[in-house]
Design a protein around this ligand. Structure first.
Ligand code: GUN
Length: 283
């Protein structure tokens, strides 16, 4: 058996075309959706992500602004910029690219973003709102993963879902979204005993570990839906996910590739959240 491919590029393109149309309608009413992205330091991966976010805004007809600070910038400079953007009516979403340099208190920085502009959904208050099932904004990567289920008509009610990884950015919000959609959720992590046994029970398996090809075909339940959130660079320069695609696709019913799976959906849902924020601002 070979799994159906969940094509993130195709789904992203379809959704972004809709956002572009909506942005034009808003622009005609005097509001152009606006995103501000803040990057601190020179991490090459973060530079690529930030560039992709700014380009995606331009393609969708959104306004965007990019602010780059040196790796040794004083936190006060970044807080001042966030305060300025919080008060700027042209800006509907503010994103601080993570990770931040060590001398920053990342939580304090995220909490400085106005709740109604926190398009990453990372502020403590917005994390709580998501937990209560009343999200202000859904974090972009898990939101993108959820769109695959919707698109493929996969009903999550009563399903066994296993999320491998417990990060604040992916694992925890992913688990919450799956739970609210009716799945029975297990979150596995580096201290989990017998990870393989947990994975083998999963109807829905989400890999967000950050280790290349960690989930192999023998860990996948026949017919499972496999969502690979990993983006790892191999020594030969090629990208691969946290799932060993070649072996897993022989067992799964649906699978996301890397690249071209969850990756393009993350930025797409950032656009979705920025658009939603602009719509809310219009009232
Ligand atoms: N770094 C890795 N993923 C993300 C994300 O979704 N948002 C932000 N702000 N930083 C990240």
């Amino acid at each position: 058996m070979t799994a159906h491919l969940l094509d993130g590029n195709a789904l992203a393109q379809k959704l972004r075309a809709g956002f572009k149309q909506k942005a034009e309608i808003l622009a005609a009413q005097g509001v152009r959706p606006g995103l501000a992205v803040i990057l601190v330091g020179e991490d090459p991966a973060s530079q690529v992500y930030v560039r992709n976010k700014v380009n995606a805004c331009a393609q969708a007809g959104f306004h965007s602004e990019k602010y780059v600070f040196a790796a040794d910038a004083a936190p006060a400079e970044v807080f001042a910029k966030i305060a300025e953007l919080n008060a700027d009516p042209k800006i509907h979403g503010i994103l601080v690219q993570l990770p931040l340099p060590r001398h920053f208190d990342a939580e304090a920085v995220l909490d400085a973003i106005a709740a109604e502009k926190d398009v990453d959904g990372f502020r403590a208050e917005n994390v709580g709102a998501l937990m209560q099932g009343q999200p202000c904004f859904i974090p972009c990567t898990p939101y993108g993963a959820m769109k695959f289920f919707e698109e493929a008509g996969i009903d999550l009610k009563g399903k066994e879902a296993v999320v491998v990884g417990r990060s604040n950015i992916v694992g925890k919000p992913m688990a919450m979204l799956l739970m609210h959609a009716g799945a029975t959720v297990t979150v596995c992590h580096s201290q989990t005993r017998d990870l393989k046994a947990h994975c083998q029970r999963a109807d829905i398996l989400v890999a967000a570990i950050g280790r290349p090809k960690f989930i192999t075909g023998d860990m996948v339940k026949p017919g499972a839906v496999v969502i690979d959130v990993g983006i790892n660079r191999l020594p030969d320069g090629k990208l691969c996910g946290d799932v060993d695609f070649q072996s897993a696709k022989e067992v799964a019913s649906f699978i996301t590739p890397v690249p071209g799976g969850v990756g393009p959906m993350t930025i797409t849902m950032l656009l979705a959240n920025t658009l939603e924020s602009a719509e809310r601002a219009l009232g």
